[in-house]
Design a binder for this molecule. Structure first.
Ligand SMILES: [Zn+2]
Length: 566
């Protein structure tokens, strides 16, 4: 602590310490506002001397700016090593993901979607957490497309690529990509081996008949067929002698198993349909429990993270593993996440709604897909951090997008330029010497220079702002001038002066010849006029002042931006 009477030399050294700390932290020239803030915050006694201190800050900053990051670190270590330590301690501790049992020698983990639509936020959780474990322990992260249902959960050809794109965007590029429909030939010999070992039989019961048997715990007549009979029937399923619906291959479990869902489950069925990837090459298709069980073995999966609503799968698959003498992977069951703003959604439901034209597509800001998040300017790191912090608990959790937005805001706020966008615009005519040009900072704290906005006597302001005014109100038009409201219908004002006067309400505005802008929000559309510079922000996130963060997606008449959050 320094005394009130600290010499200018002492103060100078303090400034240098904070400037260096700021520079090292952000790996950039120190920010004068931040340094001044830190100085006054830690040493309130200096506030009274701000006038003396301020030029000193500029002097020191200019000096620091002339040297490099390496020199900043060296110098900070020399004069204030404790500040350097503070910087390294500030890193977030590992929270969220618990250790995995038996993972010490590395893991093989997969995320196995059915590509019947693009990844949703639920898929993002699976992609992020599985890949994060592989990053943590070393090993292999696999994306496996469980796409062997050509009818009910029919894959979308585009969705395969979408998954890979989104994985990469999420920082989870897979080490291996597997497509089940292209590996059917690997599954047939395994089915045959299973039959040989007495672990499966071809059942010709009608579905309803078998269901009755199953519910009552009665074995059907096919269960006692010999291996030879089953092998023959299996070959007849494959060669077309048996028609669709005439037979399925069932895995023998226990017809008295407490949960009927586990009793002699179907592994293969005949489906005469064209698959989007392999066409009509196959007529016998594995069901998900068989396909995924076999793949987990073939791929050497060590750990499976699975929804706790799918515990049945494990029980069914363990029979298969035991017939074949395989070792079942470790399983972690997790609860579902429900996102408050989106309610419960399923990919098939979304697909129907999109096909019906209820949404503009999979990028529509109203849908919970990773693509939509991307288009709205949500950063992958915000999603990653959020999903990892959620952990892998067994309880179902209801989350709010607000938590993701809060993470995202931290990332985009320092980078996003500020721009004026007036929604629901109304014309304001101002009498007097209004400057022809406004100079407004691109960012309130980062030193990023200014933007020039044509101004003049005719501007646009938001209708909602105007509605709150009465004649005689003094209003500050941000970064331009002060006016007095002289009329409401139509809106008129009188120029008062350029300097910030006494406390007045500050509003933003748009130039008369501004650009048309349309903002697509999760809960609607806003249209209005913005400053022309918005066109320079294509593909970037900007903050529309007093409105929120948006991602500029399309330049045209109008410019289209997707709303991220406030
Ligand atoms: Zn049967």
């Amino acid at each position: 602590m320094i005394e009130v009477s600290s010499s200018m030399e002492d103060i100078r050294e303090l400034i240098e310490k904070y400037a260096l700390q700021n520079a090292v932290k952000y790996k950039a020239a120190p920010n004068s506002g931040a340094v001044m803030g830190k100085l006054m915050g830690e040493h309130p006694e200096l506030r009274a001397r701000a006038k003396e201190v301020s030029p000193l800050v500029n002097e020191v900053l200019a000096e620091v700016e002339r040297t490099s990051l390496e020199e900043w670190q060296k110098r900070l270590e020399a004069i204030a090593p404790e500040l350097l330590v503070q910087l390294s301690e500030r890193k977030e501790p590992d929270k969220g993901l618990p250790a995995l049992e038996g993972a010490e020698k590395g893991v093989v983990m997969r995320f196995a979607p059915n590509p019947n639509g693009p990844p949703t936020l639920g898929s993002a959780r699976g992609i992020i957490v599985n890949s994060e474990y592989v990053k943590k322990y070393g090993g292999k992260f696999i994306i496996r497309f469980d796409d062997t249902d050509p009818v009910k959960k029919r894959p979308m050809p585009e969705a395969y690529g979408w998954y890979l794109e989104d994985c990469e965007w999420l920082g989870a590029k897979p080490d291996l990509v597997i497509t089940a429909s292209e590996r059917i030939d690997l599954y047939y010999p395994i089915a045959q081996e299973l039959i040989r070992r007495g672990g499966a039989y071809v059942c010709g019961c009608a579905q309803a008949v078998f269901k009755e048997h199953k519910d009552k715990g009665i074995e059907c007549e096919h269960r006692s067929q010999t291996v030879e009979q089953n092998l023959l029937l299996w070959s007849q399923m494959l060669d077309g002698t048996l028609a669709e619906g005439e037979a399925v291959l069932r895995v023998k479990t226990d017809m008295h198993y407490k949960d009927p869902a586990i009793r002699d489950w179907p592994a293969f069925r005949i489906v005469i349909a064209s698959h989007p990837l392999v066409g009509t090459k196959y007529r016998v298709w594995p069901l998900l429990d068989f396909e995924s069980a076999v793949e987990d073995h073939l791929l050497g999966t060590t750990h499976i993270i699975r929804g706790k609503d799918l515990t049945d799968s494990g029980s069914r698959q363990r029979y298969l593993y035991s017939y074949l003498g395989w070792r079942y992977p470790q399983v972690i069951h997790w609860g579902r996440i429900k996102i408050h703003q989106f309610g419960s959604f399923s990919t098939s439901k979304l697909r129907k709604a999109i096909e019906a034209g209820e949404y503009t597509g999979w990028e529509d800001p109203r849908v919970p897909t990773v693509r939509a998040m991307r288009c709205r300017g949500i950063r992958p790191d915000a999603l990653r951090k959020f999903m990892i912090d959620l952990g892998v608990g067994e309880t179902d959790i209801s989350i709010s997008m607000d938590s993701i937005y809060a993470e995202n805001r931290k990332l985009i706020d320092p980078e996003a330029n500020r721009r004026f966008f007036v929604w629901d615009p109304v014309a304001l005519e101002i009498e007097g010497d209004v400057p022809a040009l406004a100079r407004a900072p691109l960012h309130p704290t980062a030193d990023r220079g200014f933007r020039e906005i044509p101004a003049g006597n005719n501007l646009f302001i938001c209708k909602s702002d105007l509605e709150a005014f009465k004649v005689g109100d003094n209003i500050r038009l941000k970064d331009l001038c002060n006016v007095e409201i002289t009329g409401l219908e139509p809106a008129k004002a009188r120029f008062l002066g350029k300097d910030m006067g006494k406390r007045t309400k500050i509003i933003h505005w748009a130039p008369e010849d501004g650009v048309k802008v349309k903002v697509m929000k999760p809960d609607g559309i806003d249209e209005g006029i913005g400053e022309a510079g918005i066109a320079e922000e294509l593909g970037k996130v900007v903050q529309f002042e007093r409105y929120g963060f948006v991602h500029v997606n399309f330049l045209g008449e109008p410019i289209v931006a997707y709303f991220a959050h406030r």
